[in-house]
Design a protein around this ligand. Sequence first.
Ligand SMILES: [Ca+2]
Ligand SMILES: [Ca+2]
Length: 494
Amino acid sequence: MKSPILLWLACCVLASESVAQGAAAIHEPTLQLEPGLTEAMAASPAPLRTRSSTPADEGPWRLDEFLGLPQWLSLEGHQRTRYESFDEQFRAGRSGSGQGIFTRTALLATARADWFEANLEILDSRQFDIPSDLPLNTGIVNTLDILQASVGANFENLWQDEDQLALTFGRHTMNVGSRRLIARNRFRNTINSFTGFNATWKNASGDGLRAFYVLPVQRLPGDLQSLQDNDQDSDEERSQVQFFGVHAGVNDLIGSVDAELYAFGLDEDDGRDLATRNRDLWTVGTRFVKPPQAGEFDFEFEAVYQTGESRASSGGTDTTDLDHRAEFVHFSAGYKWATPMGPRLEFLLDYASGDDNPNDGEVNRFDTLFGARRFEYGPTGIFGAFARSNILTPGLRLSLRPTESTQVMIADRFHYLASDRDAWTTSGLVDPTGGTDNYIGNLAEIRVRWDPTPNLRVETGVAHLFAGTFIDDAPNATTQDDATYAYIGTTLSF
Ligand SMILES: [Ca+2]
Ligand SMILES: [Ca+2]
């Protein structure tokens, strides 16, 4: 496991969504609102890239074409190397700055014969030279492991002309709806996966229904020493954690507005070597999206209600089940100009509830389940300043394409605590009395993506957190300073 260079040279991804990510992609959900249902309903694993019949010099270089593999067997992947630098730690009990190099290498093999499909995807996520005082977790490191190993069946023209039914069994990744609650991670160095059953049906116009029952995969190892050493340990499903749900979507429900309705259940219990908050949650939500079009206004609205029981902590001595009631709302409205660079400006507002009272026997902090957050709250990696819990964040975002191969995104968001008695969850800063002003700070960000060839993307970005009054005055704050995060990385797809 000590030969990252070999892996580095070896391969890349393009698994399910990365297929879309590599080709069309490029668009993160809210930067370029993805037409909700297309991705929401995409079978998982998603359809393969279709191999083109055009000469090789007209499309991206492909590993499987280079190897001369038969048409029924596809092999694709990606390799990403990213340098991240972080100055002025904002987390409670930590200080200083740091930097590191992070690699992610994936290789997906897919075999297809008639209706049958089998997938195997290997993912290797590592860090190099990360200082010991930076937070390190399984979101960053998971050395050489199986991300997907599944069999599936695909059928067409079952109940309607041109409808499609995809059944998947085994370990797989999922993108559902807005990706706020269930996502195959893009920016993050490791990727969520699930083992179980997934059925997705959609009709010719993209309306669809998905149902799944899975055990979320627990990434191992999780202890700091192993993560610092990039040790390998096989990931595991635990029968104590079960996740299930249904998601329905209708395209063009009213005009060009797409609509979604969903319910997800999460039921977890402590097990041997498994400490959980014993979440027993129902998460129900709805989403309406008018996708961006040049010369038109667009919007997105999503509202989520979460109810059930959970515990205040995952500590083994905490055995008190508390009522859990939490909410999340996203609203954004934008306009895309019909000019050459296609600039799009949007206003954004997110509310994710926090716990109103630490002593009332109730948990009100919203839980984003298996969702992604980079596309809304700035870079994650070793930064990850904001998450979808206890925040109120108005902001503005401008995105444009200066040239055919470059994309620029500039964003500015003001972050407030939704409940001033609950924590700024990613930092651990908290004032249980609620006496401190709830303005955390202003996160300004710029990101540039450049695709010099169809196989290579260069991405760089800077995020600066202007410290607000909560950072200045929270009783357990260790710094009053602004924080700055910068990164640059390359992704090679093959
Ligand atoms: Ca592992
Ligand atoms: Ca409470």
